[in-house]
Design a protein around this ligand. Sequence first.
Ligand code: ADP
Ligand code: MG
Length: 662
Amino acid sequence: MALIELQNITRSYKVGGDDLQVLKGITLDIEEGEFVAIMGPSGSGKSTLMQLLGLLDRPSSGTYRLGGNDVSKLTDDEGAVLRSKTIGFIFQMFNLLARTTCVDNVALPMIYSRAPNRDERAKEVLQEVGLGDRFDHKPNQLSGGQQQRVAIARALANRPRILFADEPTGNLASDQAEEILGQIKLLNRSGITVIMVTHEPDIAAHAKRIIKIKDGVVVSDVSKDVAQHSLGGSATVLTKPAKGASTTALKLETPEFSWAEFGEFGASALRAMAANKVRSGLSMLGILIGVAAVIAMLAIGQGAQKAIEARLASLGSNLVMLFAGAPSMRGVRSAAGSNSRLTLADAKAVRGLPHVVRIYPEAEGNVTIVHAGKNWVSEMQGVTTDYEGIRSAKPYYGRFFTDKEDTDLERVVLLGQTVVNKDFGNENPIGQTVELNHIAFKVIGILPFKGSNGNSDQDDMIVVPIRTAMRRVLGTEYLHEMAIECTSAADIPNVLEAMSRLMRRRHRIPAFKEDDFQLRNMADVQATLSDTTKTFSSLLGIVAGISLFVGGVGIMNIMLVSVNERTREIGLRKAVGAARRAILLQFLIEAAALSTIGGLMGVALGLAVSLVLSRFAGWAAVVTPQSILLAFVFSSSVGVVFGFWPARKASMLSPIEALRYE
Ligand code: ADP
Ligand code: MG
């Protein structure tokens, strides 16, 4: 049984709708250990035949038996497995990976075949082809002859049984060509079957058998006796096929995942990025900006939410407000006090209702505050002591007034931060006297900072006991409003109803008339507000997400360019045994690496932007670990998702079309 048996093999190409028949029925046998030269004029089909023999291509018809097995209908991946175990290739153009050391170039087929001790083996074969002192050189640091010797070493790495060489000396000067031929002959002598394509008779003369083809048919097939002189040295030990490596036992399943493969893909991704720094940088920029936007936007959204939540908390929880004045009088609040009669007695009655925890009535008015010749007009709020608890108004400095001071109409006042700044500057106001509408008051405390609520400064106010305010300053018997704290949110509807009934009875409002007061459930207001901020946050998130998407499209674009540009490299990888999945994985890793690195830099930029915004622009920005994780995971997945199509495109390339790609 011959190693290679071809039966009536044809191969035709579709060119512009026509069938171009390149091989027109080739039948031949090649025995194990032969050294065959295939000759013929340019365009006669030599390379086509060699690619069929090397399982890089499938015949259009006919049968091809390799080691007794029919291999004419293998799938792409089955061909890859068989190639990686039994076949080595040498090409006219060398086809080494650029920017990759000799050792790594030679080790490449062993990654796909999962061979152990790749580095030692690579060095061993490099030594064998006379490049023992060039391990770490890259292809552009070698002469043509040396590059071809690296290619020979690569072909030998997996101890193949057959070596295919397509015009191996075509690109070399004659002395280097001799050297390469010498090496090929040596390999043949050690037991490897050699099939070499050439159109030069003096090169073919080194072979033991010359098959001439012309226009796709064999025109002559001559075996001759070549004088066997010893070339010295022996490659036998190194190149003898490993025991058990036989094409008779076809094992075609794709090998499982290996970390070596993963590492090589990572390294090749980094090499590709380094080779195109500007391009990689620009495509990372899209992801970088997207991720930075996600982080900064989420930070601002969350900051806004926190700020509003804090403000809502200072408003008290489970709060109901009762305002004087009919609902139809909305917007005429200044007149509210005058057309209804909300009194301290009403407040006392409301406090007696079930589910009411505490309550403060409020009477308010603008007053002129005078201290040491400085004037300031501000809002005065007359309240009771429960104000401190309900509104979280524990004085920042000093103390709140007492119930006794309220009933005794004491002239004591607490100042808001803005008033302190305007009237006192850096002077300590506690214990000082201020005049409110020409009445002397003693300052006993400073209210906590509340900030602006968007349209008014909540710190531009002062607080005095309610009875003092009504009797001494405002001269009124009526309140403007009261704030009622309920036991729980669930009780609020009951309290509202009870209050409404109570107030209508107390104010003797007949059934046909509308209320002369308004009730407002502050819990509803709070819920609306926090809903609004949540919507705001998610809107920001969506905007940021869109920019990430755009970044992803950028990655896809660059990956498509990269696949296109590296078509020959993909072809070479497939020729030395890479399965589809391996190529897919390689390009996916590359895309993921691009987007992950972009993502990491984006996280840094996003953090910096958030920091700057909260430091200098005074915006609250809260960066949570979750948002960083989210942005990071999202950006890596963008790489995988958008890299998938280009990677798949690469993996589906036919090896010979890829190798022929210009
Ligand atoms: P050579 O003997 O010079 O190595 P080839 O085997 O490369 O010749 O090509 C033989 C013929 O097949 C040529 O005429 C070439 O134009 C044609 N050919 C090769 N590959 C293709 C292809 N992919 N599509 C169409 N025609 C092809
Ligand atoms: Mg050719």
